[in-house]
Design a protein around this ligand. Structure first.
Ligand code: HAM
Length: 403
């Protein structure tokens, strides 16, 4: 038997209900915040992710589904959505048009990671990207949006917050950090030694306990912000406080993608095991320019749908739609045409096989139908149809042409 690839799962039945339940709620919230849907390709030039997510990141360095296509182009399956949306934004010249542009998207992302609970090779994200607003109110708004989505789903969370500084303060901080880490270079892991050359800030979120102990006294980014970043960060905290959104400052939160500056945040759940980040995002004011656009402030986030699906408790579903079944062979044609008519307005499930009353009722229960009708020779002769409401068990007889 051919099976799906490791880390790539089917979504069907109950899972699909959960999936669409989430998409509907998240889409609703995004639209209430004034965001518009954008669809971007699954396949892009590899260079797009190298330039944006960054060559030193694990995503680009180790996890891309990259290949040369038949036209000899170096392409890869998108590992995330931000780079593609920024590419589209620049390609459609929206950077030159100016103004504010807000998009949301959802779809598959691909990362060749080691699969485990909550970590897939093909997973789905719901993301939003906002272009043209440099105000920190937009940063707060992003966080409010994730918080609203999670609240509507009844999911508890912890919010971790950090500021990564900007071009002004980050390089100075980076030098300080490198100096600190070089002093304990003999004791750090091989990955951190590499990071010193490629992207030193990433040492801060090293998962090695020994490294973490060594870095406990490392200079902290939020103590080294320039006054503008410092002011923005205080303001952001104030806005969140005023809107009763709780957060923790995590000075080691650097995110796994290189394009961030200033605000960075992650939403964490305590109830899904070690892969506990359910959403992540931040500001990326330089990315539009890196991808050949006009400098444009931007910020966004993405939610990991599979991780959320573990946490969603579905509301009790009420019965809906019709179930129509045939009691006699001659009645099947009529069942099909009655269903065809009724489907113009309602959900109708039918069974093409003749069954007795008991088995039809079982089927209707399985599909959670609200109304139950069975057609036999009696109905063919009388031109009537009996509709039973399976909630209150009341039966009603009507003419088939009124059905
Ligand atoms: P990210 O933190 O790499 O950010 O991914 C966002 C979310 O996707 C994570 O918090 C997690 O829930 C989910 N996720 C990531 N990898 C996997 C995986 N292998 N299996 C299952 N779920 C996963 C980004 O992708 C940025 N583009 C977010 C962003 C948008 N920043 C600004 N705008």
């Amino acid at each position: 038997m051919i099976k799906s690839l490791r880390g790539m799962n089917d979504i069907l039945n109950e899972d699909y209900k959960r999936f669409t339940y989430f998409i509907n709620i998240a889409t609703n919230v995004a639209q209430r915040y004034g965001f518009h849907f954008i669809e971007i390709p699954l396949l892009e030039e590899t260079a797009l992710f190298k330039r944006s997510v960054g060559e030193s990141s694990d995503i680009v360095g180790k996890e891309m589904y990259q290949f040369i296509d038949k036209g000899k182009n170096d392409v890869c399956l998108r590992p995330e959505g931000t780079a593609g949306v920024v590419r589209a934004f620049v390609q459609k010249k929206l950077d030159k048009a100016g103004g504010i542009h807000r998009f949301f998207y959802h779809g598959s992302m691909f990362r060749y990671e080691r699969p485990q609970k909550g970590r897939l090779r093909q997973f789905h994200q719901f993301g939003v990207e906002s272009f043209g607003v440099d105000s920190v109110y937009e940063d707060a708004t992003m966080i409010m949006m994730v918080s609203d989505i999670l609240k509507e789903l009844g999911i508890g969370y912890k919010l971790q917050l950090n500021s990564l500084g900007d071009n002004n303060c980050m390089p100075t901080y980076r030098n300080k950090l490198v100096k600190f880490v070089k002093e304990c270079e003999d004791d750090i892991c091989d990955d951190c030694i590499k990071r010193l050359d490629t992207n030193p800030i990433r040492v801060l979120d090293c998962k090695n306990d020994k490294c973490q102990t060594l870095y406990a006294t490392a200079p902290k980014l939020i103590n080294n912000l320039c006054s503008s970043c410092e002011n923005d960060f205080s303001k952001l905290k104030n806005i969140l406080d005023n809107n009763e959104i709780k957060y923790e400052i995590d000075t080691n939160l650097v995110r796994g993608l290189d394009y961030y500056s200033k605000t960075a945040f992650e939403f964490i759940s305590d109830n899904i095991g070690s892969q506990n980040a359910i959403a992540g995002g931040g500001r990326y004011d330089r990315l539009v320019e890196y991808l050949d656009g006009r400098p444009t402030p931007a910020i966004g986030f993405a939610i990991g749908i599979q991780r959320l699906m573990e946490l969603i408790v579905m509301p009790e579903t009420s019965r809906d739609g019709y179930y129509i079944g045939a009691m006699d062979e001659e009645a099947i044609d009529l069942v099909v045409s009655l269903a065809h008519k009724k489907r113009k307005t309602d959900k109708v499930v039918i069974d093409y096989k003749v069954k007795n009353f008991k088995n039809h009722i079982k089927n209707a229960d399985k599909v959670n139908a609200k109304y139950f009708c069975i057609i036999g020779t009696n109905e063919i002769q009388s031109g009537n149809i009996i509709i039973k409401n399976l909630d209150n068990k009341i039966e009603k007889t009507i003419k088939q042409e009124e059905f």
